[in-house]
Design a binder for this molecule. Structure first.
Ligand SMILES: [Fe+2]
Ligand SMILES: [Fe+2]
Length: 177
């Protein structure tokens, strides 16, 4: 009984922790198209949705600290890999996944949402310097560095089991609040 009350209180405290972040992405995270990223693996056992939440949340934190446009950053970063296919088995006809998926993600994001210029830049340029066009905004640089860091951590199966568990829990809270 006490255990269950404690875990409910913990969950409430956790969801409060992500409340302001969640407000920035609320309309996006509830859509079918964003949720569908759950069906694709990004790296190791991390789904595309978890990867996007990871990149979005940490980019949001950094941009907030730097007094940049943290809300657009959170939104652009959440959509930055909205390419919607399994890149391990699907080879895009336009070229290699690493070079082409930002344009596919931007095309999909534009189809479902109204984006501002910063959000578009974040999505389109997040693979720079692979994609040659230089990012226009400081926020885009934050996202591209966080994305590379997160990808590396995911590939090397970052951290201890308990850290990984906390990360998965955070994604769960953000996605299902
Ligand atoms: Fe990407
Ligand atoms: Fe990514």
């Amino acid at each position: 009984m006490i255990g269950s009350i404690k875990s409910k209180l913990n969950l409430k405290a956790d969801s409060y922790k992500y409340k302001e972040y969640r407000e920035c992405i609320n309309d996006l995270i509830q859509t079918e198209v964003v949720c569908s990223m759950k069906s694709f693996i990004q790296h190791s056992d991390i789904t595309c949705l978890e990867h996007c939440i990871f990149v979005s949340y940490y980019s949001y934190k950094i941009c907030r600290f730097l007094k940049l446009d943290y809300c657009s950053t959170a939104r652009g970063a959440l959509l930055h890999d909205l390419f919607l296919y399994d890149w391990h088995t699907t080879k895009p006809k336009e070229g290699l996944h690493g070079f082409t998926h930002p344009y596919e993600a931007l095309k999909n994001a534009n189809k479902y949402f109204i984006l501002n210029n910063l959000e578009k830049d974040i999505i389109e340029k997040h693979m720079w310097p692979l994609t040659l066009k230089l990012p226009k905004y400081k926020e885009s640089f934050v996202v591209l560095f966080v994305d590379k860091f997160c990808a590396m951590m995911e590939i090397i199966k970052f951290g201890t089991k308990s850290y990984r568990y906390k990360f998965k829990k955070m994604c769960n809270i953000v996605a299902n609040e």
